[in-house]
Ligand binder design. Sequence first.
Ligand code: R5P
Length: 293
Amino acid sequence: MADLDDLKEGKKYFADTPQKTEGFFLKGSNSLDWGIKNRLARIFNPKSGRTVMLAIDHGYFQGPTTGLERIDLSILPLVPYADTLMLTRGILRSIVPPSVSQSIVLRVSGGTSILKELSNEEIAVDIEESIRLNVCAMAVQVFIGGEFEKESIINMTKMVDLGNRYGIPVLAVTAVGKDMTRDARYFRLATRICAELGAHYIKSYYIEEGFETVTASCPVPIVMAGGKKIPELDALTMAYNAVQKGASGVDMGRNIFQSDAPVAMIQAVKAVVHDNETPEKAYALYNTLKNQG
Ligand code: R5P
């Protein structure tokens, strides 16, 4: 207990110095509560305002897909280079050491497999699990234009209500069905609906034409999904173009873990996202690191 005999009158009031009121660095996030902002600041680097999320949640509907057969062997070496891991609670508990300092984004929607209609998801993880696992965001798939569009939107809004109650942000993951046209009009529609209904940030695919209109019309941060594996230079170019056109980082999976040299690739992606490195220089870095083994 503090000693009560020697109480000194405080003098350092600096009455001439107004207290600073800082704004929050992330787009559209200034009015969020402290806990949500604190978690977002563990996903997005406050210096660059961007994130490199490593997405390894594919198994929740695809099983052990290429590159994710042995997450302990192939993914754990990549973890130190990521800002955030996006994954399921099963992989988190069974494979990821609790000592990791990277933030965790937990996949909380699910219930379907590649053998059935993918949009027919429900919320598959209780909010208490997200609290117990100390996650920094909860990811929910939203199928705009899909067969179960409304259900997937309501999955998201329910998690937004719970997330706001407990201080955990929600990442809306826009899923593009086979019949959808991947163009700026579609992604403006999908991302804006998610933002209007409360998602704290949104994952969207990159498109060559008009991606800047997607980021401009979405009032909260967008992270770029990687998509299917393409050559490393092309993937780095895509990530570069996305952040230069307003994305607040990437949420990449296959273009990292299916690369010939995943540890080199994630460092090259990081250079593009956090240091604005050009695709050519980042590709040179990739080759140097790859050759170093
Ligand atoms: C897909 O639904 C999963 O949520 C992945 O996280 C997402 O597709 C991103 O991974 P990739 O870069 O491999 O497309």
